[in-house]
Design a protein around this ligand. Structure first.
Ligand code: FAD
Length: 392
């Protein structure tokens, strides 16, 4: 027998939610990770959530630990959009209410074992587990354009590396990208007294939430939009049903997924960006260190001399970049690009190894990239585990 039935690797929204479901159902589960660490350490101070209130609840089996309940219990009013630090506090409260014996420890490796998996912790403890649920998030997937290879992070950092944007006060910064992270970082930089320019490949900016009235039309709104809040009218409904979404032809899934999560900024950012130069339809073709500065060359031949480039260039899922998965295990995974191909229960082709969050989005759609996918993921996982005889 293995030492443990289920090991959850990760204590962000997906790890916490699935731990809440499994523990409440009596499934013996060990949970590892620093709670809400990605949100705490790798998102900029002052940021607000892009997801709406109703799409920001971390799911628990009784649907009781919502943000509304958090506000009630803490006697706190939360503004909309939800500020990052308040969401982090909500995540910690969720943990304290729903998850027992969370171990704030790092898992160094997960290797196959006749009893399931051998799990080695960074502090040296080793144990075996029948199942491992990887809920390790997107931190390892940060995408840095090749043009910036070799440039030190003091001159060009990925958006996940720079929490305090106020450090650039009085300096000149180019933000590369035009998604929420890029646009919100540009607004925060401007407000911190930084001379900032946004440079992006796409030829126009996309916005979400520009017509909030569309969400207040009663039955019509409910017909068009799911409260999961991923994607525009109509698409939102489809994406909220991952088991239906995955039955669509792949090319249609790809088109819908792109439309649902293409780079876009929240409508409320527009006024905050007033006065920020935004150069669209341009690519940075080279970046070179020039003394203490960085010289960027664009594909129209123009140049920018900046003190820093903030690369809000997103994330490319590739589970081989998870440092705890050895190449020998990754090789056994059926993959599509860097995504594991998953079946029901979000289980990979290696029996007993599950992936939640963004890595699950190739198989179950873009809902899995957001907090609002936690209910689907935790239910699917619980269902798979409790269907197997003798796992309790
Ligand atoms: C700037 C920004 C803004 C965003 N805004 C929103 C938003 O408004 N709404 C929304 O729904 N989504 C948003 N997202 C997406 C968000 O990242 C995901 O929704 C969410 O983090 C997914 O949760 P997760 O549990 O998969 O991963 P994470 O929250 O990243 O959690 C990963 C966990 O794994 C742990 N871990 C990793 N490696 C190990 C290891 N070896 N051993 C032990 N533990 C480990 C970490 O400590 C952490 O606890 C945003 C993302 C970014 C970058």
């Amino acid at each position: 027998m293995p030492d443990c039935n289920v090991t959850i690797l990760g204590a962000g929204p997906y790890g916490l939610s699935s731990a809440a479901y499994l523990q409440a159902a009596g499934v013996e589960t060990r949970v590892f990770g620093e709670p809400m660490s990605f949100w705490e350490n790798q998102m900029p101070t002052g940021m607000c959530l892009r997801s709406h209130w109703a799409a920001s609840h971390i799911a628990d089996p009784k649907q009781k630990l919502t943000i509304d309940e958090y506000c009630r219990q803490c006697g706190n009013h939360l503004p909309k959009p939800i500020p990052l630090e308040r969401f982090i506090a909500y995540g910690h409260w969720f943990h304290s209410q729903a998850v027992r014996n969370l171990e704030n420890r790092v898992i160094r490796s997960v290797t196959p074992d006749p009893r399931g998996f051998k799990v080695l912790l960074a502090d040296g403890e080793e144990f075996t587990s029948r199942r491992v649920v990887v809920a390790a998030g997107i931190g390892a997937f940060a995408a840095r354009p090749v043009e910036f290879e070799g440039i030190p992070s003091s001159l060009a950092s990925h958006s996940t590396e720079t929490k305090d944007l106020g450090q650039f006060k009085g300096r000149r910064v180019a933000v590369i990208g035009a998604g929420q992270s890029a646009l919100e970082s540009a607004a925060l930089l401007k407000e911190a007294g930084v001379e900032v320019e946004v440079i992006a490949r796409q030829t126009k900016l996309n916005w979400v939430g520009l017509h909030p009235g569309m969400h207040h039309l009663g039955a019509l709104s409910r017909l068009l939009y799911s409260s999961r809040d991923v994607g525009p009218a109509g698409i939102s409904r489809l994406v909220a049903l991952p088991n239906l979404f995955r039955k669509l032809p792949r090319s249609l899934q790809n088109r819908i997924a792109y439309r649902a999560i293409r780079p876009a900024g929240s409508g409320w950012l527009g006024p905050r960006l007033e006065g920020v130069p935004i150069t669209l339809g341009r690519t940075v073709v080279s970046a070179a260190e020039t003394g203490s500065q960085l010289r960027l060359r664009l594909d129209d031949g123009t140049e920018r001399l900046v003190d820093h480039a903030l690369l809000a260039t997103g994330f490319r899922a590739d589970v081989s970049r998870y440092p705890f998965l050895p190449p020998s295990l990754v090789q056994r995974l059926q993959m599509a690009g860097g995504y594991p191909v998953l079946r029901s229960g979000l289980e990979s082709s290696v029996p007993g190894l599950h992936f939640l969050g963004k890595p699950a989005s190739w198989s179950f759609g873009p809902l899995l990239c957001f907090v609002s996918g936690t209910e689907f993921a935790a239910n699917a996982l619980l269902d798979r585990i409790t269907r197997e005889n003798g796992t309790h």
